[in-house]
Design a protein around this ligand. Structure first.
Ligand SMILES: [Fe+2]
Ligand SMILES: [Fe+2]
Length: 175
């Protein structure tokens, strides 16, 4: 497949990925109760959801600006495992089935790591560094700007993971 087409599809699916992470977190956060622990978890999950929505918006803005979008129906072909896990998890959470807070947090830690490490560091950033191969769809300086944006977003993924580990630790000590 043409490298330009791959980048365009990955940008589009990264946008959908961030958007779905935000939806998942908010859907779950709404189900939490009012105990101090659950309220703390709710605040952190909502904060991460706000940032994920912001990431989705940033990706959408930059991809549209540079005409680097190609819509696909099935992002599991483009992103692989993190997409499949996220989609399945979202369906589980929105079906109304009870999911224990600790279980939810642990799965979300895995997901944040997969988004940052697998999707951005291992998939998207190496692709954006192929300046010559991508000359047909973007000039090198545009690609450098997009690379910078994703490096920044990936840093936030690390922070999301740390925040979730903080809730996980707090739950563990309260048992
Ligand atoms: Fe994000
Ligand atoms: Fe995140």
């Amino acid at each position: 497949m043409d490298p330009c087409q791959i980048v365009k599809r990955k940008l589009y699916c990264s946008y959908r990925l961030e958007h779905l992470v935000a939806k998942l977190l908010l859907t779950y956060a709404e189900k939490l109760k009012d105990s101090p622990k659950e309220r703390e978890a709710r605040a952190i999950l909502a904060a991460i959801a706000i940032e994920s929505s912001k990431h989705a918006e940033l990706i959408d803005m930059i991809a549209r600006l540079y005409n680097l979008y190609e819509e696909v129906d099935d992002c599991s072909q483009v992103i692989g495992m993190p997409w499949l896990v996220l989609q399945e998890f979202f369906e589980e959470v929105s079906s109304g089935r009870h999911i224990d807070l600790k279980k939810f947090i642990e799965k979300q830690i895995w997901l944040e790591n997969a988004v940052g490490e697998e999707t951005y560091h291992k998939l998207l950033l190496p692709l954006l560094s192929l300046k010559e191969e991508l000359r047909n769809c973007a000039d090198p300086s545009t690609l450098s700007s997009i690379e910078l944006l994703f490096k920044k977003i990936a840093l936030y993924e690390k922070w999301h993971e740390e925040m979730l580990k903080k809730i996980d630790g707090a739950i563990a000590t309260s048992i």
